[in-house]
Design a protein around this ligand. Structure first.
Ligand code: C2E
Ligand code: CA
Ligand code: CA
Length: 597
């Protein structure tokens, strides 16, 4: 019975202590019904126990080896006991004199792939029974079927070890994948609950994954994730659990004694800073941005699924420029729900083309004449009232589809308005349109813009596309490619909010630009602050060197206007010269500018 060869074979099957499986249960059910007995079992005889892979009419998963009928069957093909009470081997067996009071037993031996006896397929009754030769033969036949099921399992097991590993573990970081991590969190929760401890779940999100992808490609991103995973591994305790929660997301489960002070958030703060250190890749230092969401059990969630969802929600509520760690609370829930609702309503507004546009004049400094307008989006929601683009543009930009809808809507309205002015006036201003940075990296952007001007029959030369410094530095080469494709058709490009970002001459030279817009933070201090004045002079020199026209933004006072004029800024824009206004108001001004026809 304890033959080591046999035991090795039993254990190598990887069947012991596995869950019930229908492919075995269907036979025990069938056998019980064919033989008309209450109990049928598939047993495996281990060193000191018999264990049941499948059972009908029995309520224990294993029994000690001393009580086992099956162990007696192993040297045979079939063990047949018509009445156990009358059998010397079994009359005082615990299973005979006590529950479940076995009287009849017949077990056909199951053999492993190498021919070693593993256990039996057996039928049991509490009544004595006779078994005909045909029945014995039937039982043996059923045993052959169960054997082939076992052997098939072994084959499959062999093939799937590698497969299972790759399903359970992330191939890039070698950390447990999402499914396995969830199981780990479940068992950690159970243990924590048993030991009156609290569980803290952390959801780390690499928020600049897209930017990194443009900077370093897929391989670079893999390297970043692997590096961050290593950092996490090296900085957690043995009992902490870590795993993947998505391509750009990692999970951590920490337990701590509820009696002591909750130091987990402080730990998460330190960890987040550690994870967010730059990663070196191919000679460049890649910036890492991490947002961490924290939720705790049992306080924040009734089950693992909700706990994970709440940690993710808290991570989503980490605000740009604010603290990097956010703990789940009802406020977080409300805030995330609200931002989903805003996203949904914005999508509705864009879909029904109900986003409004206002136009702010851009004026020639020397003459005060309007030469262009900037189209600015306005969203008025029935319930929330007017929502600033500073608030809703980031919502749109967070989602690729919404972002595309916003760009399309904006460009479409701008082209429509241009077409109208073109029909009405001999002179009409150029139209500047703000373009979300992500568009420069989409293959279909240039075609979409060209398609819209063709549809509305407006000249490409009447459109200026405004992009920010921030959006081009992601991948200057690709951005330049998109821009060149459009510029060759006559579209012009302005670099917006200049001076607030990287302001590197190197990239400015690489891009096909026409206009440089000085950010209003310079304009507004130009009359008060010597540094702003100096910086503005510097920017004007850069523009001259690169042969770019200049628009100074945010001109609010006559003094600012005078200084800019004196410094030689070509064009200006700001409340002094005109607030963003409806198209009709601009039309009125255009009328005044028209030479009599
Ligand atoms: P921006 O492109 O820098 O647009 C200029 C912003 O400055 C506008 O704010 C305008 O109302 C404001 N402004 C103009 N003159 C003055 C002034 O003299 N003083 C002050 N204090 N502010 C002035 P707005 O309309 O709230 O737009 C904010 C930002 O939202 C824009 O900044 C632009 O980045 C973005 N945006 C607006 N419309 C669109 C759009 O249709 N698409 C995209 N992608 N972004 C848009
Ligand atoms: Ca702008
Ligand atoms: Ca601007």
């Amino acid at each position: 019975m304890t033959d080591p060869e046999r035991l090795r074979e039993v254990r190598s099957l990887n069947l012991l202590d596995t869950p019930f499986e229908d492919r075995f249960d269907q036979y025990t059910r069938l056998v019980a019904s064919v033989f008309g007995v209450p109990t049928a079992l598939v047993t495996l005889v281990d060193a000191d126990r018999q264990w049941f892979k499948s059972m009908v009419g029995f309520d224990r998963r294993e029994t000690p080896i001393e009580e086992s009928f099956c162990a007696h069957a192993l040297p045979l093909d079939l063990l047949y006991v018509p009445d156990a009470r009358k059998d010397r081997r079994f009359h005082d067996n615990a299973l005979v004199v006590g529950e479940p009071y076995i009287r009849f037993y017949a077990g056909a031996v199951l053999k492993g792939p190498s021919g070693e006896p593993l256990g039996t397929l057996c039928v049991i009754d509490q009544q004595p029974r006779e078994l005909s030769d045909v029945d014995k033969w039937r039982l043996l036949m059923f045993a052959r079927i169960v054997e082939s099921e076992i052997n098939l399992h072994k084959q499959f097991d062999h093939w799937s070890v590698g497969l299972q590993h790759s399903v359970m573990y992330d191939s890039i970081t070698a950390l447990p994948g999402r499914a396995l991590f969830e199981e780990l969190v479940s068992s950690t929760w159970e243990q924590a609950a048993g030991a009156a401890k609290t569980l803290t779940l952390v959801h780390f999100h690499l928020t600049n994954f897209e930017v990194l992808h443009s900077l370093a490609g897929q391989l670079g991103c893999d390297h970043v994730m692997a590096t961050i995973a290593r950092r996490l591994e090296q900085n957690v305790r043995g009992e902490d659990r870590i795993g993947m929660l998505g391509t750009d997301r990692l999970g951590l489960a920490i337990t701590w004694g509820a009696a002591g002070p909750d130091e987990s958030v402080e730990r998460v703060n330190v960890l987040t800073r550690t994870l967010a250190k730059p990663v070196d890749y191919n000679g460049t230092r890649l910036p890492i941005e991490i947002a961490a969401g924290v939720s705790r059990a049992p306080g924040d969630a009734p089950d693992v699924e909700t706990l994970l969802a709440h940690a993710r929600m808290a991570a989503a509520d980490v605000q740009q420029g604010g603290p990097r760690v956010r703990c789940y609370s009802s406020d977080v829930h409300r805030s995330v729900a609200h931002s989903h609702e805003r996203q949904y309503r914005l999508a509705e507004t864009l879909r029904s083309d109900a986003l409004d546009q206002v136009y702010q004049p851009i004026v020639e400094c020397s003459t005060g004449r309007m030469i262009g307008v900037e189209a600015l989006a306005r969203w008025t929601d029935a319930q929330w009232g007017a929502i600033s683009p500073a608030e809703f543009v980031p919502i749109a930009e967070a989602d690729a589809d919404l972002c595309r809808m916003l760009t399309r809507c904006t460009l479409n309205s701008a082209c429509k308005q241009l077409a109208q002015w073109r029909g009405e006036f001999d002179f009409f201003p150029y139209m500047a349109v703000n373009i979300a940075g992500a568009e420069l990296y989409r293959d279909d952007f240039a075609d979409m813009v060209a398609g819209l001007v063709a549809e509305h029959q407006v000249p490409a030369t009447s459109l200026v596309l405004e992009i920010t410094e921030q959006s081009v530095i992601t991948d200057v080469e690709t951005a330049a490619k998109t821009m060149n494709a459009l510029r060759s058709q006559g579209f012009r490009f302005a670099i917006d909010d200049f001076g607030t970002g990287y302001s590197s001459l190197r990239y400015l030279q690489q891009l096909p630009l026409d206009i440089l817009k000085i950010d209003r933070s310079f304009t507004q201090l130009i009359t008060q602050d010597a540094t702003s004045h100096e910086l503005t002079v510097g920017i004007l020199q850069i523009a001259r060197t690169l042969n770019l026209a200049v628009v100074a933004e945010g001109v609010e006072t006559a003094e600012q206007y005078a200084v800019l004029q004196q410094l030689g800024a070509g064009h200006i824009q700001g409340f002094l010269l005109g607030r963003p206004q409806p198209a009709d108001a601009i039309s009125e001004q255009l009328k005044a500018l028209q030479p009599p026809r």
